[in-house]
Structures are given as C-alpha cells and as structure tokens.
Design a protein. Structure first.
Length: 202
C-alpha cells in the first residue's frame, strides 16, 4: 500500500512538473529539475510520503546529471528523516558518479566524500561497505592519475581487513561473556577492542 502511495505521489510530481521533465534530457537540465524538487521538500512538512518521494527523485536526477553536491544533500536528509541506510545509498551514488566524473574538480569532490564515507562505514562496523568504498577510491585515483592517493587506498583497505578481524574476535568474545562473564581471555579480547577501536572506557 505504501509503495502504491509513493508511485501515486511520484506520478503527481511528474504531472505538476511535466514541462521540466520534458526538458530534462541533458545533465544540466536534470540537475536543474533535481534542485527544483529539492526546494519543494520544505513545503511538504505535513506530508511524509511527498517529502520522501521528492528527496528520492531529486537524488536520482542529481545523480543522473552528475551533481554530487545535490545528490549527497538528498542522501543525508533521507538518512536523517527516514532512517534509511544512507551509507549504502551513498556507496551506490558514489559508484555511479565515479563513472561520470571527468574534471579534476569533480574527481576531487568525490574523493573527499569517499574518504569520509569510509570513516563512517568503519565506525558503523560495516566493513564490507568500507572495502567497497576503497575500490571506488582506487578508480577515482586512477582517473585522477594520483598514484599516491591510490597507494593510500590500498593501505586503507589492508587496515580495514585487520580491523574487521579484531571486530569479529571481539564479537566472539561477547558471545562467550554472555554465558561466562568471568572468562579472562574473552574479557581481555573484548576490552582491548572497545578501548582501542571504540574509545569506550566502561
């Protein structure tokens, strides 16, 4: 039912902005439409479905048009308002935009966002996604002909793998402690991980 409501709302949006959609064939026109839809979000404070659909559609159009800034702004708002996995959505968007970026400035913006995304993924214990971000970074570095940055991504990928092993060991220790709270090895493994990786002191 909710999906149908979203589809109906999208149809209404396309009807209201029919002229803009008709013109949105080139990247610049798609970006313009994306920004127009994004501006409509604040006017729909009492309509959650309309806000969601507007943000998703604006994000899609911005991504198609190669506008990283607008696309990322939509993703951030979607994550905050609708508890979406914005890290996964950010990965898909970065992966798509990395194939379209041509200028050094576009590559730089994507690279900085990508590095921040790695930190967010690791902080959320999403190591598979963090590794995928490293692969995007590798492509961006190659496109920018930045071998130093590419080396950093390879080193980061190795560090993430080590972090993941520590996390998995800490999770096994947590399971042991659930039934054996005094187990010294499990307490040590869990404690070291929380102290060194999470900065949790209690």
């Amino acid at each position: 039912m909710l999906f149908r409501s979203q589809q109906k709302t999208l149809g209404e949006i396309k009807s209201i902005f029919a002229d803009d959609y008709a013109k949105a064939k080139k990247p610049d026109d798609k970006v313009a439409l994306a920004r127009t839809l994004l501006k409509q979000v604040d006017d729909q404070k009492d309509d959650e479905i309309a806000r969601y659909v507007l943000l998703k559609e604006a994000q899609r159009l911005a991504m198609d048009g190669g506008d990283a800034e607008t696309s990322f702004a939509c993703i951030e708002q979607l994550g905050k308002e609708f508890q979406l996995d914005d890290i996964a959505l950010l990965h898909d968007t970065l992966d798509d935009l990395s194939k379209k970026a041509k200028t050094s400035q576009a590559l730089k913006v994507l690279n900085e966002t990508n590095k921040a995304a790695i930190d967010r993924a690791v902080a959320a214990d999403k190591f598979v996604l963090a590794t995928k971000f490293c692969l995007i970074g590798d492509k961006l570095s190659l496109a920018a002909k930045d071998l130093t940055e590419r080396k950093r991504y390879l080193e980061t990928k190795t560090a993430i793998a080590a972090h993941q092993k520590e996390f998995e060991a800490a999770e096994r220790a947590k399971e042991i402690l659930a039934t054996k709270p005094d187990d010294p090895t499990a307490n040590f493994d869990r404690g070291v991980y929380l102290l060194t990786r999470k900065q949790e002191w209690e």
